[in-house]
Design a binder for this molecule. Structure first.
Ligand code: SF4
Length: 362
């Protein structure tokens, strides 16, 4: 039997003591409010603590509790989430808040199955909310915890669902029946601060005595890095102005970036010039030819598996476009702030704002 399997009490003592001394002060950690923990965990699923902080503060100012979130218009929810990406997560927060208010008297259920049934409550969020908010003994398995445990086990495979099962069995004897909240957060924090993907600080690690990868001398090779392959896409949009207002349109309610707003346009087909794409897309979408196109800016952004180069053209339309009342709007530049946009469009808007400011100063 290895030392790891023999000594769960020391393992727990070491990690909990380390956490007591080194845990970062984070806004949501001052609270056991399940709503705050839920929101913070959903936001942290996709990015780092530093990146999440301003979004979390703004969210809590706008929707301080489940009731206010449940009553909010969906466009306001998307607008407040704008910039975090993975917009389906914001929609699920919104949908789940309505169910919690309607069916659970505004209280987040503490029953695993009831919670798991709510939109957006996958295994990770369910375990995180139940353990951190209610101290229920459910282990969480995020990227940080996965990395720490794989290295401790010396597991060289891929970080996937099959590996998670192995890690959960490994963790079982170490997992406390009480103090699940701090134990889970301690492992997450250790992964974020010490057992980093590159250059882990093994000499400062409270679990080095338990760690097979440390003994083997090359922890960085675990887990095997995932190759992320992006598909490169060129897209063009038309910035059309009429009487001081810009034309925007709403994306369909299903699919990628659903219900967000954008400038009219679309993807470049193989062999097309950017201007040919602009003419084709605007003819398809607005049934009008484009006049005097002038390239304003090229911005880059990435979402899911796509890396997009987005070219914004200032232009006029040869005739009045066919617009739908639900889908299209003419909006002033300051008015665009009320609409949720994907990050590529948001960069174009920022450029337009800066240009307008510079013109005023001349
Ligand atoms: S000893 Fe190093 S590799 Fe092992 S858990 Fe600690 S930081 Fe990670």
């Amino acid at each position: 039997m290895s030392r790891n399997e023999k000594d769960p009490a020391t393992f727990r003592k070491k990690i909990l003591r380390w956490y007591e001394r080194h845990a970062r002060e984070l806004l949501w950690r001052n609270s056991r409010d399940p709503y705050k923990i839920w929101v913070s965990e959903v936001m942290l699923q996709q990015t780092t603590v530093q990146a999440v902080l301003p979004y979390y503060q703004e969210w809590m100012k706008t929707f301080p509790d489940i009731e206010s979130l449940s009553r909010a218009p969906s466009q306001k929810v998307l607008k407040t989430w704008q910039g975090l990406g993975y917009y389906q997560r914001a929609k699920n927060l919104h949908k789940a808040s309505k169910i919690i208010v309607d069916k659970h008297q505004g209280l987040i259920p503490q029953d695993y199955d009831e919670l798991r049934d709510l939109p957006g409550f996958g295994p990770y969020i369910t375990a995180a909310v139940l353990s951190i908010a209610f101290d229920r003994p459910f282990p969480v398995m995020d990227a940080n915890v996965r990395r720490v445990l794989m290295r401790i086990m010396g597991a060289r495979g891929k970080a996937d669902a099959k590996m998670d099962q192995k890690l959960l069995s490994f963790l079982k004897p170490y997992f406390p029946q009480k103090k699940a909240a701090v134990f889970n957060q301690a492992l997450m924090e250790l992964g974020a601060l010490v057992c980093r993907p590159k250059n882990p600080s093994c000499l400062l690690c409270p679990l080095s005595d338990f760690c097979q990868a440390f003994k083997d001398g090359n922890p960085e090779v675990i887990p095997r890095p995932k190759k992320r392959e992006y598909r490169k896409i060129d897209a063009v949009v038309a910035v059309v102005e009429k009487n001081g207002r810009l034309l925007i349109q709403k994306r369909p309610p299903q699919g990628l970036l659903a219900d967000l707003w954008e400038f009219p346009g679309g993807k470049r087909k193989t062999g097309e010039t950017l201007e040919e794409t602009l003419q084709r897309e605007i003819m398809e979408e607005l049934q009008s030819q484009v006049l005097d196109p002038k390239l304003l800016i090229k911005v880059r952004h990435a979402y899911t598996q796509y890396q997009v180069s987005l070219y914004a053209f200032q232009c006029r339309l040869a005739k009045d476009p066919n617009l739908s009342k639900n889908r299209h709007r003419w909006v002033t530049l300051p008015g665009l702030r009320d609409y949720p946009f994907p990050s590529g469009s948001a960069k174009i808007i920022k450029f337009l704002e800066q240009r307008a400011k510079a013109k005023k100063q001349i």
